[in-house]
Design a protein. Structure first.
Length: 451
């Protein structure tokens, strides 16, 4: 008969021991947490709390006799003696109490929106019901149970798991702090104020985008602002926009449509909508455009002179021709950058270049401050074209304005001033690419080096 050595008998036990090592680690942590709950440090993620609850409550297993026996042994190891009382076991086995304990453990690991005080109060109330003791006496058992759950969870994690979990928890706490600030600001507003503010901000952003792009040839500002005004009507998605912003949108819609004779009636309708909100809204400039569209150009110009508005230059150009507009421009010798609007400066520079006054056009645009350029992001594009044109012989510069392709070979000018013009053009085109690209005008931005 073969002799069975002690090492032979030990082999299966060794493998079993290795398999049980993680479990023993978890049980030891749970036991320690139950006996010394005040010293437990937690900072991590959610985990399998059910397994620890099963050991804690000594519930019956639905598996084999071996699993049931193992579970009872584990439970006796984990649970502190003061939690072994029948009344406390009844409290622990209650379904609602079980759910509240898991929620409280999760909130300790990763704070959320649930009210921990309310959960603790519910647990204490049920503790008093089962034990007959005062509810405040539940504090110790509740803390011990939560720490047992957490210890069992944390013991299962590797160092890398705990590190990642720590980062998640820290990030959550920082985000929660920021959200608390935002929630506080929002909480100061009534539901109606929140909706009004949100709609108003959307309207103002949309209007600003339209106005900053209105001078770009590829943009149909009239159609865009018409669509925006439509969103204020009836069941429109921006119908709760504040009244002052609505008035501003209607007046600009009227003003942009009034510059085309065929749209005069549409402009009048928008004017009426603005006045229906505020009967004393300022319509002086709009009324001048409506007069011009109704063939009373001289009366319209007189109105604009009275209110001293930069729109006068644009109206002269549209209704009396470019030459008349330039004569007025020269007669006033503008040096103040507020003499014209941003769009007016862009248009005046274009007229100067078309009249062969390229250096004057470049000088006017080059002297504009950044805030003017911000109001009309197409200005850097036009300034780039004008400076690029100044690197070409005077006889073909006109092609630069229309961005026409010149098939024959062209000799560009060569001197220090031309080199400076070339550098300035490149800087302007780069700025135009940034500004126009940021407004979604990718086609215009992509064509900035076409010349």
């Amino acid at each position: 008969m073969e002799t069975i050595s002690l090492s032979t008998l030990a082999k299966p036990l060794i493998s079993i021991g290795r398999a049980l090592t993680p479990l023993v680690k978890q049980l030891r942590a749970e036991r320690q947490a139950g006996t010394d709950s005040a010293n437990l440090k937690t900072s991590l993620l959610d985990a399998p709390l059910e397994e620890t609850l099963n050991r804690l409550e000594d519930v019956e297993s639905h598996d084999s006799w071996w699993r049931e026996l193992l579970q009872r042994v584990e439970s006796a190891y984990v649970r502190p003696d003061y939690l072994a009382k029948p009344s406390i076991r009844d409290w622990l086995s209650e379904a609602a109490v079980r759910d509240n304990r898991k929620t409280l453990a999760r909130l300790t690991l990763l704070p959320g929106s649930a009210d921990q005080n309310a959960i603790t109060a519910r647990l204490a109330e049920r503790y008093a019901h089962h034990t007959g003791e005062a509810a405040p006496l539940a504090t110790g058992p509740i803390e011990a149970i939560v720490n047992i759950l957490l210890a069992g969870t944390l013991a299962r994690g590797t160092k890398s798991d705990l590190l990642v979990a720590g980062f998640v928890q820290e990030s959550h706490e920082q985000v929660s702090a920021r959200l608390d600030v935002i929630e506080g600001k929002i909480g100061a507003l009534s539901p109606n104020e929140i909706v009004i503010q949100a709609h108003t901000e959307k309207c103002q952003t949309a209007l600003n985008l339209i106005l900053s792009r209105r001078s770009i040839p590829t943009v149909d500002a009239g159609s865009e602002i018409g669509a925006l005004a439509g969103r204020l009507e009836n069941e429109g998605d921006l119908r709760f926009c504040a009244k002052p912003a609505q008035i501003q949108i209607y007046l600009w819609a009227a003003r942009l449509h009034a510059q085309t004779k065929d749209n005069i009636e549409v402009a009048r309708a928008y004017r009426a909508k603005a006045l229906s909100i505020d009967a004393v809204a300022d319509t002086e400039i709009l009324d001048a455009w409506l007069s011009a569209g109704s063939d009373d150009v001289d009366g319209a110009l007189a109105r604009l002179r009275d209110v001293n508005t930069p729109d006068l230059f644009m109206m002269l150009s549209l209704h009396h021709g470019r030459q008349r507009a330039l004569e007025w421009f020269d007669a006033n010798r503008p040096h103040d950058t507020n003499f014209l609007t941003a769009v007016g400066w862009k248009n005046s520079a274009t007229l100067l270049a078309e009249a062969g006054r390229w250096e004057d056009a470049a000088a006017r645009l080059g002297a504009l401050p950044d805030e003017i350029t911000a109001d009309c992001p197409d200005i850097p594009y036009v300034e780039g074209v004008i400076n690029a044109g100044l690197t070409l012989p005077a006889s073909i510069r006109r092609y630069a304005l229309t961005m026409q392709i010149i098939e024959q070979k062209v000799e560009t000018l060569q001197d220090a001033e031309v080199a400076a013009r070339h550098r300035r053009a490149l800087r302007c085109f780069e700025l135009a690419k940034q500004l126009l690209g940021g407004l979604g005008e990718k086609i215009r931005a992509a064509g900035d080096r076409a010349g």
